[in-house]
Design a protein around this ligand. Structure first.
Ligand code: ZN
Length: 327
């Protein structure tokens, strides 16, 4: 799930989704139109992650409300890919009733889509109930990092790498696709440690993934990470760090690696010096569609050397957290 700014307008309506929009998405080796729908549900049953700001999106929505939300989003659209996010787990029966899931698959078939993308924590993946439909299914799992201690102590995600592997292997055996989300710069890691953690995570998860999605941290309101950020203990990652992960990540794997730096350029999101943010964020998005790392060759800014120095000095000045949290 893209961690970030997704504020719905006005008062929370259970009959309208949090948001929906059409964007470009990779489909096999080409670019297709994709409808993304963020459904307003009763929310994630875990809700203890340090950087999760989705609680503001939760509301009591029953299956009738969910149907209205989906109909509202789909109405008049012609797309090849449908992404349905819930700020929780699509296959958690408490959050998304089975009847509604069936309704979603039927609507998706009527729409004639080629691919449905949903998200789930690993423990709910085994509830998957859309095999044999007319579309391919891709399940996003928020692994965040392959390091169990970083996931436990810096994110508080509540599952292990092994839990993720079991879920991913199950999906692959059933011919479903796996999209693995990795978090770039959880709290307490330095800039360089964050890049290192992301790269070792790419290496560890690529065999279980069809797509790897790098999510630079966004600092939402009313979260623990916001307290750290306000106290100046935390700075969201530089966009250069995301570029580094994408460039080096492509040397590690041939799998698709994507990144959509939500809110890029703002203080609460991944940012550089302010002058180059827009161009660098655009290059990152272009890369995500084309997978061509040459896009980054022409991107230059004087703040690049500042980012390099920042990383070096920070690592000298502080305790090596990643080393301490080696698993
Ligand atoms: Zn710059």
């Amino acid at each position: 799930m893209k961690k970030g700014v997704r504020k719905g307008k006005g008062k929370k309506s259970t009959e309208k989704p949090v948001a929906c929009w059409v964007e470009k998405e990779r489909l096999e080796n080409r670019i297709a139109d994709c409808l993304t729908v963020i459904l307003r549900t009763s929310g994630c049953s875990w809700r203890r992650c340090l950087m999760c700001g989705f609680s503001s999106e939760f509301a009591k929505a029953d299956e009738k409300d969910l149907k209205k939300q989906l109909d509202h989003a789909i109405s008049g659209k012609k797309v090849e890919v449908l992404k349905i996010f819930t700020s929780g787990s699509f296959f958690d029966d408490r959050e998304v009733p089975k009847v509604f899931r069936k309704y979603t698959y039927e609507r998706a078939e009527k729409l004639g889509i080629s691919k449905l993308i949903v998200e789930s924590r690993p423990e709910y993946v085994f509830n998957i109930d859309c095999f044999g439909r007319d579309f391919e299914v891709e399940v996003g799992i928020g692994l965040e990092t392959s390091n169990d201690r970083v996931r436990e102590m810096c994110i508080n995600k509540g599952f292990t790498f092994n839990d993720y592997v079991k879920a991913a292997e199950f999906l692959m055996k059933k011919s479903a696709r796996v999209r693995t989300y990795l978090l770039l710069k959880p709290p307490f890691l330095s800039e360089k440690e964050a890049v290192e953690d992301c790269l070792s995570s790419i290496k560890a998860c690529e065999r279980y993934s069809n797509t790897i999605s790098i999510n630079p941290v966004y600092v939402p309101g009313n979260t623990y990470i916001e307290r750290l950020w306000k106290a100046k203990i935390y700075r969201p990652p530089w966009l250069w760090s995301a570029v580094e992960v994408l460039k080096k990540g492509k040397e590690i794997t041939e799998k698709t690696i994507i990144c959509d730096p939500v809110g890029a350029g703002s203080e609460r999101a991944s940012h550089n010096c302010g002058k180059c943010d827009r161009n660098v964020a655009k290059a990152i998005k272009d890369f995500s569609l084309s997978q061509n790392t040459e896009i980054f060759e022409d991107i230059r800014c004087e703040c690049m050397s500042l980012w390099e120095k920042y990383g070096e000095y920070e690592n000298v000045a502080r305790f090596n957290v990643l080393k301490a949290l080696q698993t």
